[in-house]
Design a protein around this ligand. Structure first.
Ligand code: ZN
Length: 258
């Protein structure tokens, strides 16, 4: 790939544009010709996220059909539109890194579901359903039942935002996922292409809108409380000697003449 190109950083999830300085690729060519691969080469690519507060490294390898170029060397076959296969080497999966206030079992199931997404969508979807159930029980306080029952119960209580209910139902109604939500969570069931990904997308949406949103609101509330407490302390310490002009409010008093 030749910079500049669009790239979504797997660490900070920001869409970025990669420039030459943050990209390097190495062609490994040609690999020995296997009966199963034909003449191929590999591209080892390294990208560093351009966001100043991230700057983390992503490494990936891809396999391409190789062809002789004019000078007798090897290049990616110009008639090839896409790689034959690719592997993300670092980070190992597309899983987002959620903070420690998201319960460990939910994070573990979510991260492992991502890790095996390509190799075993069935097992991935099973772990993802377990993560979904973890959120229903831990965050929304659902009574243990089948996943289907727990989602229905949570939706009925009104504890879950209407948009999230809609998204959860939409994913549940896709392919096999819905049918299997009424079964035991630990049963590994077949999934259709894209189902495991849809389930992981739903879990990310839910984690953002539950634990992450709650934490960010708590922080803002605490910041406001801190300001109020500081003012209170200042007032108590200063007694009747309030600073001229109304203290922290300072200038900008309504009606003040320049
Ligand atoms: Zn980044």
């Amino acid at each position: 790939m030749t910079p500049p190109f669009h790239f979504e950083c797997p660490y900070c999830n920001r869409p970025t544009t990669i420039q030459q300085n943050d990209y390097e690729e190495e062609l490994i060519k040609p690999a020995p010709t296997g009966k199963d691969t034909g003449t191929i080469l590999y591209v080892l690519a390294t990208v560093v996220c351009p966001s100043p507060d991230c700057r983390k490294t992503t490494v990936a390898m891809s396999q391409w059909r190789a062809a002789r170029n004019r000078s007798g060397g090897w290049e990616i076959d110009p008639e090839t539109k896409a790689s034959q296969r690719s592997w993300r080497l670092m980070p190992r999966s597309r899983a987002r890194q959620y903070p420690e206030y998201v319960p460990v079992p939910v994070r573990e199931d979510y991260e492992e579901a991502h890790l095996i997404l390509k190799d075993s969508p069935k097992a991935s979807a099973t772990l993802a359903r377990r993560a979904l159930q973890g959120i229903m029980r831990d965050f929304y306080g659902a009574k243990p039942g089948t996943l289907y029952d727990e989602i229905t119960e949570v939706a009925a209580t009104g504890k879950m935002d209407a948009g999230l209910v809609k998204a959860t139902h939409a994913v549940r109604d896709v392919g096999n996922i819905g049918a299997h939500m009424s079964k035991d969570i630990s049963v590994i069931v077949p999934v259709e292409p894209g189902e495991a990904e849809a389930l992981l997308g739903l879990i990310e949406l839910l984690l953002d809108e539950t634990y992450v949103a709650r934490h960010s609101r708590e922080q803002r509330v605490n910041a406001v409380l801190q300001v109020a407490a500081d003012k209170q302390a200042l007032r108590a310490a200063g007694g009747s000697k309030a600073p001229p002009g109304g203290g922290a409010q300072g200038s900008g008093t309504p009606g003040a003449k320049p």
